[in-house]
Design a protein around this ligand. Structure first.
Ligand SMILES: Cc1cc2nc3c(=O)[nH]c(=O)nc-3n(C[C@H](O)[C@H](O)[C@H](O)COP(=O)(O)OP(=O)(O)OC[C@H]3O[C@@H](n4cnc5c(N)ncnc54)[C@H](O)[C@@H]3O)c2cc1C
Length: 456
């Protein structure tokens, strides 16, 4: 620990000699191994101001860490200072106004649990250890999104520390332009120290998943596509290609085998749930694994945690798709079958519904007309060569490029400015650039999916 901070810093400042430094620099993606000069574990908004001041005075590059799930590891930096928010974990849910005020070190599992005590939830990530902060600022797509929009659509207000250390509270009246940017523009505009969300009543959820042998992937993808095309917004669907885990619910003869399935969640009237989900059980004959039922919302939100354990080494490719035509279905089915690691997987999520209700220019997240989102994850073990599964993920992604319609900023690796631009239509990127130039002209917050300010 060191006492370099000039203002009262109530958190913990770690340097490479501090106990706990190695744990503190670890992020979700186990392939990231960076050594910051300092990790400033903040407890308060004032600590964030102090940490940024320290970085400024020592000319250190800055990384900002919420849940640590950035796939390319933006939340840790070699030789710079990490503004680490993991100890800022307060959650206040108001069941009367149906709002929640949440600090940036909170993960979705903790937020969901606190909100469900009041029968409430807001759209969020599907792996319970993902941070609310990075996920919300980039958009935030989850089970509830067809029903209630993106996480960022439910962001009503925020507290933010700007690049020059000013603390501002923003909402749609105080600074509508900044609110627009916080809804999808990522961590480009400052360090958000508090998020205020709109909450929705959510009870037990009819849903789960069915799985078929992996060689039926094309049929399963068509079932997912056709069921989704006719479905009301209450139905959320994800097509999955993965290997069966050695879990108790998997019959012995299926464990380790390649599977193709559909995961589903129904947020409408419970009596309608069984009818709406029935085709998953009947359209392709009896599934090899049938996990449909009624799940408490928090269980739904943790149901795929085992597919993405903390420390997994992975490479992600993905895009938004306008359509999933037969050529794209066949290409995805063929390519996905060529994965070689048992944890590598391909997801295709149905979008639309409330996501598409929001006009494209109303938020920085602007790909509102996307119909599907692909998530292709190549995985490798510690010490293994990442090249084969990385190449597989890229080849599988390339197979659907023809029907791609932009990409999701939160699913980008470190792929350069051209790919960041794909996350935003040209007019959106221009407006983000103007906002960045106003708030962070020196590009202090550049260790991220960066929108550079205009050259001065
Ligand atoms: C296993 C896994 C599952 C995922 N599931 C989903 C999903 O279901 N839905 C979805 O939409 N996305 C999902 N994602 C992508 C996820 O949205 C991003 O990885 C997101 O960046 C994670 O946020 P975080 O706070 O955990 O990340 P961090 O690594 O802590 O932060 C990522 C970046 O966000 C910015 N940031 C973080 N906190 C702040 C802050 N307080 N103020 C300003 N900027 C900040 C910074 O630029 C930072 O570098 C998933 C990712 C993984 C690895």
């Amino acid at each position: 620990m060191t006492s370099l901070a000039p203002k009262p810093f109530t958190g913990t400042l770690l340097d490479p000699d501090s106990p706990g430094y190695d744990d503190a620099r670890r992020v979700y993606n186990g392939s990231i191994d960076r050594r910051p000069a300092f990790i400033a574990r903040c407890r308060t908004t004032e600590d964030v101001v102090s940490a940024l001041d320290l970085a400024r005075r020592h000319e250190l590059a800055v990384a900002v860490r919420g849940g640590g799930h950035s796939i390319p590891g933006w939340s840790v930096i070699d030789g710079g200072l990490v503004v680490d928010l993991t100890e800022m974990k307060r959650i206040t849910v108001d069941p009367v106004t149906r709002t929640a005020v949440v600090q940036p070190g909170v993960t979705w599992g903790k937020f969901d649990a606190a909100a469900q005590q009041h029968g409430l939830a807001t759209p969020g990530g599907e792996i319970s250890h993902t941070g609310i902060a990075g996920l919300t600022l980039g958009g935030g797509i989850g089970w509830l999104s067809r029903m209630h929009g993106l996480a960022c659509d439910n962001l009503q207000a925020a507290e933010l520390v700007t690049a020059d250390g000013e603390v501002v509270r923003v909402d749609d009246t105080t600074d509508p332009d900044l609110m627009w940017g916080l809804r999808g523009g990522g961590g480009n505009f400052g360090v958000v120290t508090s998020f205020t969300y709109r909450m929705h009543p959510v009870g037990p959820v009819p849903g789960g998943a069915v799985f078929f042998p992996g060689d039926r992937a094309a049929e399963v993808l068509r079932l997912y596509r056709d069921l989704g095309a006719a479905a009301p917004r209450e139905l959320s669907l994800v097509a999955v290609q993965m290997n069966a885990p050695p879990a108790p619910f998997v019959p012995d003869e299926v464990r380790g085998r390649s599977l193709a399935g559909v995961s589903a969640a129904w947020f409408g009237d419970a009596d309608d749930g069984e009818r709406v989900l029935a085709p998953l059980r009947t359209a392709l004959g009896r599934p090899a694994i049938d996990l449909l039922g009624v799940l408490p919302y928090c269980i739904l939100q943790q149901s795929v945690d085992a597919s993405a354990p903390w420390g997994m080494r992975s490479h992600l490719k993905g895009d938004f798709l306008g359509e999933l035509n037969d050529a794209a279905v066949d290409a995805l089915a063929d390519r996905a079958g060529e994965r070689s690691h048992p944890m590598s997987h391909v997801l295709v999520r149905r979008l639309g519904g409330a996501i598409a209700d929001v006009p494209a220019d109303a938020t920085a997240f602007a790909h509102r007309d996307a119909v599907h989102m692909t998530t292709i994850v190549g995985v490798w073990d510690a010490g293994a060569d990442p090249a084969p599964e990385t190449a597989w993920a890229r080849a599988t992604w390339a197979a659907t490029r023809r029907v791609a319609r932009g990409t999701y900023v939160n699913h980008l690796e470190d792929e350069g400015v051209a790919r960041v631009r794909e996350a935003y239509p040209a007019a959106t990127f221009e407006r983000l650039t103007a906002l960045k130039t106003r708030l962070d002209p020196a590009n202090v917050f550049r260790h991220n999916q960066n929108v550079p300010p205009s050259a001065r």
